[in-house]
Design a protein around this ligand. Structure first.
Ligand code: AMP
Ligand code: GLY
Length: 435
């Protein structure tokens, strides 16, 4: 069959690579893809943007694509899966109604509360004065979130009431997030350790992916601004077998059953961002209706089951609940970023050392492009995700960094503490605990 992957980042490179490995897949098209996807066997880029819903539907319909897998959230929230379904094109991704779990934080929070799924206490507001009163009444720390999609920039973890009020003013008065910030969610600050829990979902049937942990701040030890993610590893040590069982029973199961019961059955990757409290309870920080980036890169490196088979079955309503097969080793990915990230970045620098072969490593492209003479150059903030596999976290980390050390361009930087459990896990605690 022919498969279409929507998107052009590191997550999509990992998905396209894994889908193409399947013997039942003849070709994977990636719209728009990147130089990394262009270099994979059986994979071909198509110049259609990830948010061009009409262009994507035309591509899938005209080529009779057997399966579309969607990387980013925006086209899903905009109704890509519905438009594909209307043309009879199988899609592994949620309808716009189901994608509200990510597209509207107030929808997601109300849903969680309505169904008794553990999450932080919250209120939502579209006017500044009552929102500020609420923040003052709850005290600091508190968390202010733009309701709609804000590209990962809509969340403020406020240490003081003043900081929280400033975040409210930015969203509700100054329109810093445009329409996405016309409404805000204010929620209680949760302490603990974060983990990402991603599942393949076909209505009430679920295949959990391996657990993972993401390092969100730019700098070591949880310092610096938030980013899309500077590295990740799978598994997440905090997700023990008991916690996995708890998350399936108290979060994932109730969520997929309730979505179906409310007339918005969920198909696609369901990503629960969790805070594991000291009391051992996993609470939902957020839902995403797609795979994580960079979590997908180490997860795909460990996946032994046929991804195309599972996504295809789910898109056809035939997924069987159960466990996928995993490489028992740990996979770790470190993001190599361009100078200036997460702000405006410098672009167009040739990347050196990309073609070196190191066993048990793999480099996924994200913000890369073609420069003079077809050379691969930097073309975005997160440029590459360099992954390694090892018998434990330390070994995976060593492999990934050994490979990353051989790749360079002017202004390249990365966090040096991805997977350092001593720093890494406190990092998460520290990030969640205002100084
Ligand atoms: P979100 O996009 O909602 O996951 O928020 C982005 C990041 O903000 C999360 O990964 C957490 O690090 C932090 N965060 C969000 N909500 C809370 C909360 N209620 N308590 C503590 N930290 C939070
Ligand atoms: N790495 C977090 C996300 O993809 O939302």
């Amino acid at each position: 069959m022919e498969v279409l992957v929507v998107g052009g980042g590191g997550r999509e490179h990992a998905l396209a690579w894994k889908l193409a490995v399947s013997p039942r897949v003849e070709r994977v098209f990636v719209a728009p893809g990147n130089p990394g996807t262009a270099g994979e066997p059986k994979v071909e880029n198509v110049a259609v943007a990830a948010d061009d819903v009409d262009g994507l539907v035309e591509l899938a319909a005209s080529r009779r694509i057997a399966l579309t897998v969607v990387g980013p959230e925006a086209p899903l929230v905009a109704g890509l899966a519905d438009s594909l379904a209307a043309e009879g094109c199988p899609c592994f991704g949620p309808s716009a109604r189901a994608a509200r779990l990510e597209g509207s934080k107030s929808f997601a929070k109300a849903f969680l509360v309505r169904h008794g799924i553990p999450t932080a206490r919250y209120e939502s507001f579209d006017r500044l004065a009552p929102a500020a009163d609420y923040v003052r009444s709850r005290g600091a720390p508190s968390v202010v979130k733009a309701d709609g999609l804000a590209g990962g920039k809509g969340v403020t973890v406020a240490r003081t009431v003043d900081e929280a009020v400033a975040a409210l003013e930015a969203a509700l008065r100054d329109e810093a997030f445009g329409a996405a910030g016309e409404r805000v969610v204010v929620e209680d600050f949760l302490e603990g350790e974060e983990a990402s829990f991603i599942c393949l979902v076909d209505r009430d049937r679920v295949v959990p992916l391996a657990s993972s942990q993401d390092y969100k701040t730019r700098d070591e030890g949880g310092a610096g601004p938030n980013t899309g993610g500077m590295g990740a590893h799978s598994p997440a040590p905090v997700v023990t077998a008991a916690l996995h069982e708890q998350v399936m029973r108290r979060v994932v199961g109730p969520t997929v059953r309730a979505m179906a019961a409310e007339g918005a059955p969920f198909t696609g990757f369901l990503y629960a961002g969790l805070m594991i409290g000291r009391d051992g309870t996993a609470r939902v920080l957020e839902f995403n209706v797609r795979c994580g980036d960079p979590e997908t890169q180490p997860i795909m490196l460990r996946l032994r089951s046929d991804l195309a088979g599972m996504c295809g079955a789910a898109a056809a309503g035939r997924l069987r609940s159960g466990a996928a097969e995993w490489d028992p080793r740990t996979a770790l990915g470190v993001v190599l970023a361009a100078e200036g990230y997460p702000g405006a970045v410098r672009r167009g620098d040739p990347i050196l050392g990309l073609d070196e072969e190191v066993p048990d490593t793999r480099v996924f492209h994200a913000g890369t492009g073609y420069g003079e003479g077809g050379r691969v150059v930097t073309a975005g903030g997160r440029v590459l995700c360099v992954c390694g596999l090892g018998d434990d976290l330390a070994a995976a980390r060593e492999r990934a960094y050994a490979r990353a050390d051989r790749i360079d361009w002017p202004g390249r930087f990365c966090r040096t503490d991805i997977g350092r459990t001593d720093i890494g896990r406190t990092d998460i605690g520290r990030r969640a605990t205002p100084a």
